[in-house]
Design a protein around this ligand. Structure first.
Ligand code: CUK
Ligand code: CUA
Ligand code: CA
Length: 648
């Protein structure tokens, strides 16, 4: 194995990664200044005509928000921030709070009933048809609770959240198939699973000392976008990144594992000089299901759990803890990068298939055949320090980000792309300086069979002193490079909240025509009338309230103390951009209602007195007058005569 190790694998680098103290130069690269100065394409008219930005942007960026728990949306090339899509974490400004019954349901663990309002979004993956973006949905995972969400692109809102069973969390690598029928979510964090699963795997696991086991979740996606838990495969290792192949790699799932050591601490996870890239045959998974080679757990009796021994799977060694995992546009090359090595490996999928057929194996690990790295690799490149992720353009190049070198390298791919670029493949042709420390990078369509090219966005982990000082917690820096010429130009930078991992960049033409300007929910209840209903058996008041400039109707309700109040709020607005809010003084309630939106809000009226509810979105000259009262009467003083009665 040492033959594939590079002498530049420095123990200092390894230490730097483990301790996280690598120093980074703080000077602004000359290329940055030159890039900005030379960007004649980016001169903007002044004064700006109406709709200038709406008409000039070519792409939408959907950037995961990491510990922000949702996604950011902005336009390219303007780098104008447009929206946040709240998903796994509550966000009152963007209308995602758990007093809304629909939001709370989505955030409730279906097995334990716990509501989880924290999250860590990592890998957005857009819906595709024939391995090309189709603009229907963007899916994204939550690492912390191992959940997956579907974002509906007509309203830029979360339509469904699916929880993965049999795990405490740690669902990291995530990818949607080229036909949007399957998604995979990898368990990065090892588990001590349910006893049925343990027995089925037959591995020696220890709940305290380890080792543990982990797996891959297969999520089925119906034609209307509804996700369901289809299957799990468990094995002795954790799984990190995931891609579902197309073209030359069609029918296969590829994943990486960086802890094939099965260690429980960082030092142990770097003990071997290599880890694995896995190839899973999808047809063999369906065969195992058909032959009923699975067990189920107590928690999820409807989700089949398959052993890695019962499916067709192969591995090939990848140096020192792979991080990036990306597939070239024809599906031919699988590129991976090790975190503590300068090497980037390009595996040729045609060689993988040939190697399987011709049995080019060097051994076995836990019964899994190990494909000869010398046979399946198209290239092993020595490109720089701290490689992160990889993306592809439309000209036959790949771009790879470096955390430690703080740049992106542009490299031509091998056959069949050489006719496109005419370069010697696998050698750096351009270096794009970043400010600072690249995580993921993204090209429009750069993870599909149809990259649009034109731009690279570098999602940097550090901004350092790029922007005005704003305290010890520093914004992220998204950098836009124009890649249409021979040399890339850095043309813009944007400060953005923490912390983008990956992005999907979709053409405006696929998304904008479908975007709704009002919800259809209110229209679905055309006859809805304001009403107040007292339910003495349930100790519940049910209020149907219409909301339109500048009134809440009914404008006052009386409720007995301690009762539950259920507000069914219907915005009857149809005007673009006319959002109202519903906040109650002294109660932990704040929801927004966009035009046509319906909200179901529950409050326990546990404090007596007069509480004003009011609109907290400035909506008209009568905005401040847009308020009403919830009058909470101690139950001992409650005669039914106090009931709110509305004129018929
Ligand atoms: S991981 Cu964050 S930069 Cu979740 Cu794709 Cu590499
Ligand atoms: Cu409605 Cu302010
Ligand atoms: Ca390792």
């Amino acid at each position: 194995m040492t033959a594939i190790l590079n002498p530049r694998v420095l123990s200092a680098l390894l230490l730097g990664i483990l301790v996280g103290t690598l120093g980074i130069g703080l000077t602004l690269g000359p290329a940055l200044q030159a890039g900005v100065a030379a960007s004649a394409n980016y001169q903007r008219p002044f004064p700006m005509p109406h709709q200038y930005w709406a008409r000039s942007d070519e792409f939408y960026v959907f950037a995961s928000g990491g510990q922000q728990g949702g996604m950011y949306v902005y336009g390219v090339p303007s780098m104008k921030y447009l929206s946040e899509i709240p998903i796994f974490a509550e966000d009152q400004a963007w209308g995602w709070t758990t007093e809304d019954e629909h939001v709370r349901k989505m955030l409730t663990n279906p097995w334990t009933g716990e509501v989880a309002t924290r999250g860590d979004t990592h890998h957005p993956s857009a819906s595709k048809t024939d391995a090309k973006y189709d603009g229907r949905w963007v899916f994204v995972n939550d690492k912390q609770f191992a959940r997956v969400a579907r974002i509906d692109l007509d309203i830029f809102r979360t339509g469904q959240i699916l929880w993965a069973p049999n795990t405490t969390g740690g669902g990291h690598g995530f990818n949607v198939s080229p036909d949007t029928k399957l998604a995979v979510l990898n368990l990065e964090h090892e588990q001590y699973p349910d006893e049925n699963i343990r027995r089925h795997l037959g591995l020696a696991l220890d709940p305290v000392k380890g080792p543990y086991a982990a797996g891959i979740n297969g999520i089925r996606i119906a034609d209307d976008g509804t996700m369901s838990n289809g299957w799990q495969i468990w094995g002795p290792w954790q799984f990190d990144m995931a891609r579902i192949g197309w073209g030359k790699s069609n029918g296969w799932i590829v994943t990486t594992s960086y802890n094939t050591e099965r260690a429980t601490d960082a030092v142990g996870m770097f003990k071997q000089d290599h880890d694995y890239l896995f190839f899973w045959n999808i047809a063999s998974i369906e065969k195992a299901l058909a032959e009923k080679k699975y067990v189920t757990s107590k928690q999820a009796p409807d989700v089949p759990v398959i052993s890695w021994k019962d499916v067709e799977v192969y591995v090939t060694p990848i140096p020192l803890n792979p991080h990036g995992l990306d597939i070239s546009p024809t599906g031919k090359y699988v590129l991976t990068s090790g975190k503590a090595t300068t090497l980037i490996v390009a595996v040729d999928f045609e060689k993988v298939l040939q190697g399987i057929k011709e049995q080019k194996f060097t051994g076995e690990d836990f019964g899994v055949k190990v494909l000869d790295p010398d046979f399946v690799r198209a290239s092993t490149m020595d490109l720089g320090m701290g490689a992160t992720h990889i993306e592809f353009d439309d000209q036959g190049y790949f771009y790879v980000g470096f955390f430690v070198d703080s740049d992106i390298k542009k490299v031509p791919l091998g056959e069949p792309y050489t006719t496109k670029h005419g370069k010697t493949p696998w050698q750096v042709t351009d270096v794009l300086p970043a400010h600072f420390s690249v995580g993921h990078l993204a090209v429009p369509g750069g993870d599909t069979a149809q990259p649009y090219g034109k731009y690279v966005i570098s999602m940097n982990k550090l901004a350092k002193d790029s922007f005005l000082p704003h305290g010890p917690l520093v914004a992220e820096n998204h950098e836009l490079y124009d890649i249409q010429g021979e040399r890339a130009l850095l043309v813009d930078q944007m400060a953005l909240g923490p912390e983008t991992h990956y992005s999907q960049i979709l053409p405006v033409s696929l998304v904008a025509p479908k975007v709704q300007r009002a919800y259809t929910q209110a229209k679905a209840e055309p006859g809805a009338k304001p009403a107040v209903e007292y339910d003495y058996a349930k100790k519940e008041v049910r209020v149907t309230m219409t909301v339109v400039r500048s009134f809440f109707t009914p404008g006052a309700i009386t409720v007995p103390q301690g009762w539950k109040v259920k507000y069914h709020l219907i915005s009857q607005e149809t005007a673009l951009d006319m959002t109202h809010g519903f906040a109650i003084d002294g109660y932990n309630v704040s929801v927004s209602m966009d035009p046509g939106e319906v909200r179901d809000v529950e409050v326990v009226a546990d404090k007596p007195g007069v509480y004003w509810f009011y609109c907290n979105w400035f909506c008209s000259e009568l905005h401040m007058e847009m308020r009403g009262r919830m009058i909470v009467v101690p139950e001992s003083e409650w005669p039914p005569a106090q009931e709110t009665r509305l004129a018929p």
